[in-house]
Write a protein that binds this ligand. Sequence first.
Ligand code: FMN
Length: 435
Amino acid sequence: MPKHELILLKNMMQPGYTGSLQDYERAGGYQALRKVVGKAQPAEVTAMVMKSGLRGRGGAGFPTGVKWGFLPKGYVGPRYLCCNADESEPGTFKDRQLIERDPHQILEGILLACYAIGAETAYIYIRGEFVLGAKILEQAIAEARTAGYIGANILGAGITANVWVHRGAGAYICGEETALLESLEGKRGLPRVKPPFPATHGLYNKPTVVNNVETLANLPHIVGRGPEWFASIGSPPKSTGTRVFCVSGHVKRPGNYEVPMGVTFRELIYEQAGGLRSDKLLKAFIPGGASAPFLTPNHLDVKLDFESVAAAGSMLGSGGVTVMEEGTDMVWAALRLMEFFYHESCGKCSPCREGSSWLVQTMRRIVAKRGRMEDLETLVDLCKNIEGRTVCAFGDASVAPIMSTLKYWRPEYVALIQEAEAANLIKLEPAGARH
Ligand SMILES: Cc1cc2nc3c(=O)[nH]c(=O)nc-3n(C[C@H](O)[C@H](O)[C@H](O)COP(=O)(O)O)c2cc1C
C-alpha cells in the first residue's frame, strides 16, 4: 500500500492492468474528455489548468496554463500541440513508464490540450530508442481512433483532433523544444534563437505548444477531479500536484516513485527507494537529472518542490534523482557526465561546442593524474564562458556537474593533482637522489 495517493501511476499498479483502451475506460478513462468536449468552452479548460497550478514536468517548470495563454487570440489557421517524449536526460525514465504502461492517459491529456488550445493536430515526438513505446502509442492511437476519441468529429462534437507519433533519431538536444520543432520539420535538430517563442512561431512557423508527457498526463485528472483538488496537493501555491521521481544509482530499490511535491529527499531516498544499497553513508545526489547541480547529505531535508530545490542551489529539472554512496569518485562522476554533454553538444554555439571539448580534455587529464593546479582555474574559467552564452539551456546544464563538484568536493580534485605533482617530482629527480 503506497504511503501517498497515486495519480499518474495508479492504473498501472492495479493487478492485470494492460493499458488497453478497455482497461483505461474501465478505470474511468476518457470521462474528462467527455465532460468538456462540446460542453465547456476551450477557454474554460485553459482556466482550469491555470487554476490547478500545474507546472511543466519537462525541466523548466513553466506554468502550463500560462504557456497556453500565450497563443495568439483570434488567430485563424493551423496551430499545433507537440508532446515532448524525447526523455534523454541521464537518470530520467518516468515518461517511458507512463508511455509503455498507460498510453491512453497521455492521449486523453493530449486531446484535452488540443481542445483547449484549438489544435487539430498533435505530434508525439518520441526518442528513437523508445521502440516499444512508439509501438504502444501507435496501437493506442488506433484504438482511440476506432472508439471516436481521435479523428474528425470526435465524440460527435464537430471537433477534429489527430495525433501522430514521430520518432527521433537519438539526439539529446532534440528534447529542447525548438530543436524538437526543427527535427519535426525534417531539419537537423538545432535550437532556435528565442524570441520568437513557439507560442507564436512554432512548428512550420505556426502557433505551437510543446508540453512534456507527464505534464499532459496530469490533465485528465485536473479536468476530471477539478483544479481545486489538484491545487491542494503538494506544496501549494507554487508546486502543486505530484511528481514521478526516477530514483537511480546506489539505492536498494531504484525505480519511479510518485509522491506529492514537497516531500523531502530523505523520504524519497530512504523510505521510497529503500535507502543506500550497501548501507554505506550517502555521499551525493543529483536532484533533477544530469543538468542539475549535485547536492550533499546536508540537503536531505530539502523539500522536493521547485522553490526549495532552487533555494538549495539546484533544480527539480526532469525529476531524475541519482544517488551516490560514500566511496564514489566525484571527479570521475563529473567527468562521466561531462563526456555525455560533450558528445551531445549540437555544435551551434561556439562556447558550448568548443568549451565542452576543453572541459572534457582537462577533466580527463586530472582523472588520469596528469593534472596541474592551474587546471582548476581553467575549469572554472571555461564553465563561466559557457554559462549564459548559448542559444539554449544546454550550455548551462553542461557545466553543472563540474561547478557543483568543485564547490562541494574540491579536495578530491586537489588530491588527484597533488598525486600527479608528486609523481612528476619523483620522475624529475635524478637517479639515486631519493636515497
Ligand atoms: C538540452 C535540453 C533537453 C531537453 N530535453 C527534454 C526532454 O527530453 N523532455 C522534455 O519534456 N523536455 C525537455 N527539455 C525542456 C523543453 O525544452 C521544454 O521546456 C519542455 O518540453 C516543455 O514542456 P513542459 O512545459 O510541459 O515542461 C529539454 C531542454 C533542454 C535545454
